[in-house]
Ligand binder design. Structure first.
Ligand code: HEC
Length: 200
């Protein structure tokens, strides 16, 4: 008679399951080790990026996506303030011009997208508003829920302006970028990111 565990599962079946799980776990980590491990430097594969996008859009409440911009027409002064706000709080990862090519942005996983492109610009105003206020789980994107709703809507309007920023506007923003006591400035080039810092 075959040996059985207390719950009546044949011992042999249990052994096969344990060995199969062990092989899978060892195989997974061997595969990870031969590729790039859990490195944040890697670029997510097309499949992983698609799954992440799909999960994010499924997790976003429909009502949030349909929210209408409460401040669609900013005055020049409001747009100026929004650009300063972005330079002070967002550019360290997203860059002043939104391309995401800063030292932090390029070395986190997933990388921030180039927000001038369709990945971001095709999203609804409500989607961007919700993302800024709630952040994105399991990524470097923090939640900025302590800002006033008006400040967040102004950031949404500024993100819409990213593809059209002038060199003069970018140069102005640099004054509002966080400073460091480290020799190199955090953002050495206008809209050009922090490359070069680690490249010596
Ligand atoms: C510490 C780094 C960091 C900071 C600071 C940061 N972000 Fe992000 N942000 C990210 C990353 C990384 C992603 C991409 C996450 C992903 O794809 O899952 C992201 C994504 C986003 C997105 C979604 C873009 C898209 O196409 O889906 C928006 C909008 C955004 N950030 C706005 C902002 C704003 C506005 C600020 C400042 C108030 C800000 N972020 C500050 C790292 C940051």
């Amino acid at each position: 008679m075959p040996v059985k565990t207390k719950r009546g599962v044949p011992f042999r079946t249990l052994l096969v399951v344990i060995v199969a799980v062990a092989i899978t776990v060892v195989g997974f980590f061997t595969w990870l080790g031969t590729t790039h491990g859990f490195s944040a430097r890697a670029k997510p594969s097309a499949f992983e990026a698609m799954m992440a996008r799909m999960m994010r859009s499924m997790a976003m409440p429909r009502r949030a996506q349909e929210l209408k911009d409460a401040y669609p027409q900013l005055t020049a002064a409001q747009m100026k303030f929004a650009s300063e706000h972005f330079a002070a709080h967002c550019a360290v990862c997203h860059d002043n011009n939104g391309d995401g090519r800063t030292m932090l942005g390029e070395n986190m996983y997933p990388h921030p997208p180039d927000m001038r492109g369709l990945t971001t610009q095709d999203k609804s105003d409500g989607d961007l508003y919700f993302t800024i206020r709630n952040g994105i789980r399991m990524s470097g994107m923090p939640a900025w829920g302590d800002d006033t709703p008006q400040e967040t809507w102004e950031l949404v309007d500024f993100i819409r302006r990213l593809p059209h920023l002038t060199p003069a506007e970018l140069a102005r923003m640099r004054k509002y970028n966080p400073k460091t006591i480290f020799e190199e400035p955090l953002m050495p080039q206008a809209g050009g990111g922090m490359r070069g810092v680690g490249a010596r």
